[in-house]
Design a protein around this ligand. Structure first.
Ligand SMILES: Nc1ncnc2c1ncn2[C@@H]1O[C@H](COP(=O)(O)OP(=O)(O)OP(=O)(O)O)[C@@H](O)[C@H]1O
Ligand SMILES: [Mg+2]
Length: 503
């Protein structure tokens, strides 16, 4: 007897169709699963066996083979349990077969027959809709997440018996009461720039960075507040657009970090420790091979203590910084992931940390050169803004008019809207993503501007690449001020935030 059930496996961020064929024939009792399955899939044997018995069905004492097709597609995770169990029930005549070919099944089974949520629900729901299947049967606790894909009939069930009921034409279980989820920090409890004393220049620079999504390097001695400022960048970023939120959700769904099936509103902020491996940062290790650069998609990747990161990890940032995506090869297959993020890095200016501060720096000239060379290369080529941090003056706490995040965020949002309008006919929505041709179409300087640039060039302050960066940033400064063109003061500001050509 043969039954076929339909399910999916997750590859990269997408779900790929898998057919579970269950064959039952006379012979010594055995239960085998074949078809490029990983450990979690092979362990489905034990779970399915117990779940079928504990749900009050019979487990046929014959030779049972479950084949996961196509055979060349690697299958991973416990999401096949439900399809295998239903296949066994159908092949042994305990379940009508007709709906098996039109219903997708996705879920892990517990030993007592409970259907559990699995990673990648959103991708599976999208793929079910695309495959034009009639219904997706899954854990009722996943219904919220799956329903983000509009127009797909869902059969949320709590137990294997519920799935059997839906496959016999019955009703699904009601979804569980939504638990009020605290999704990360709510906006009111987010770290706020209000806590930072002084530092108006650095805060202004961060506003520019946030407005244009410019990659930024914070440089300064220990204790100047680099980490403190960087951690507050999320508070001045605009919320995710609906499209961006779905992209982030897809990633969180596959990595099992999505909370309760509600769309995220805030941009991801990832701050991996500097001991992270290249596989952890770029991808290939855990989480379906998804690295920090992908988890930071549509948000911020903060590299604190930049000079401590391994050379190979930093080298790997080149592709995502250039293309906004990253391709990862695993088990002879490769997948492309989105990885468009704003990079923020913090570093001391020299090995001892005190270069430029009075006479405290103990580094030799050779130390400095070595240090700068370590930081240079592919990474700094993609940094638009250099923020040099100094100690904030003490004791001016009360009388200062505080800059707070909400006010800055308003300006950032307006500046982004202005960019989106200007770039509506280009492929990119933000100043930082413009290639050189796009940049020169949009960043026109008047005569005085040209003269300023020429002077900076003559004085050796700007390289050709530095000039492009200055223009990009100047455009963002103008956007922040609501100016349609780049004025002299915008340019001057951008030049003051340029990356030192010697770095
Ligand atoms: N402008 C400031 N306003 C309020 N507190 C500050 C300010 N600058 C520094 N601090 C205080 O100093 C502490 C150290 O700052 P932070 O960790 O951000 O320094 P850092 O520049 O990252 O130093 P390091 O190079 O050692 O990593 C902060 O936790 C904060 O309490
Ligand atoms: Mg720090």
């Amino acid at each position: 007897v043969l039954a076929r059930a339909r399910t999916f496996t997750i590859e990269g961020l997408r779900a790929r169709a898998v057919t579970v064929e269950v064959d039952i024939r006379p012979g010594l009792p055995a239960f085998t699963i074949v078809g490029l399955a990983d450990t979690a899939v092979r362990e489905a044997r034990e779970r399915v066996h117990a779940a079928v018995l504990n749900s009050g069905y019979e487990f046929p004492a014959r030779r049972i083979t479950a084949n996961l097709a196509p055979a060349d597609l690697p299958k991973s995770g416990p999401g096949f349990d439900l399809a295998i169990a239903c296949g066994v029930l159908a092949a042994s005549g305990q379940l009508p077969t007709e709906r098996l070919s039109t219903h997708a099944l996705f879920g892990e089974l517990s030993l007592d027959g409970e259907v559990r949520a699995c990673k990648g629900t959103l991708a599976v729901a999208e793929a079910t809709l695309k495959a034009e299947l009639a219904k997706l049967v899954l854990s009722s606790s996943s219904v919220r997440e799956a329903s983000l894909v509009g127009g797909l009939p869902l059969g949320g069930v709590r137990y294997l018996a519920g799935a059997a009921r839906v496959l016999s034409g019955g009703e699904p279980d009601p979804p569980p009461e939504p638990v009020p989820q605290a999704r990360g920090r709510t906006r009111s409890r987010q770290l706020d720039l209000r806590d930072v004393h002084g530092q108006p220049r650095a805060i202004e620079a961060l506003a520019i960075a946030a407005a244009g999504a410019h990659n930024t390097l914070l440089s300064g001695s220990p204790g100047t507040g680099k980490t403190m400022l960087a951690q507050r960048i999320p508070s001045i970023l605009p919320p995710l657009s609906p499209n961006e939120a779905i992209e982030v959700m897809r990633i969180q769904s596959v990595t099992g970090t999505s909370g309760g099936g509600t769309l995220p509103r805030e941009r991801p902020f990832r701050s991996p420790h500097h001991s992270i491996t290249s596989a952890g940062l770029i991808g290939g290790a855990k989480h379906q091979g998804i690295g920090e650069v992908v988890l930071a998609h549509n948000g911020v990747l903060f590299l604190d203590e930049l000079s401590e990161f391994s050379r190979s990890a930093l080298e790997g940032l080149r592709q995502p910084l250039e293309d906004g995506r990253v391709s990862i090869s695993r088990a002879a297959r490769s997948a492309v992931y989105p990885a468009r993020f704003m990079m923020v890095a913090a570093t001391n200016p020299c090995p001892c940390g005190y270069a430029g501060v009075e006479r405290r720096c103990r580094c030799t000239k050779a130390d400095l050169i070595r240090y700068r060379r370590r930081l240079s290369g592919p990474l700094l080529d993609r940094v638009d803004l250099l923020v040099t941090m100094e100690h904030a003056p003490h004791g001016r706490r009360q009388d200062e008019s505080p800059l707070n995040s909400a006010g800055i965020r308003e300006r950032v949002i307006e500046a982004r809207q202005r960019q989106a309008r200007r770039l509506s006919h280009e492929r990119v929505p933000l100043n930082a993503y413009m290639d050189v041709a796009t940049l020169y179409r949009h960043a026109k300087l008047d005569e005085r501007g040209e003269q300023t640039m020429a002077r900076a060039r003559e004085r050796g302050l700007l390289s050709a690449r530095g000039e492009d960066r200055v223009l990009r940033v100047a455009l963002t400064v103008a956007d922040l001020e609501g100016s349609a063109r780049i004025e002299q003061r915008h340019l001057a500001k951008a030049i003051s935030l340029r990356l030192d050509p010697a770095v």
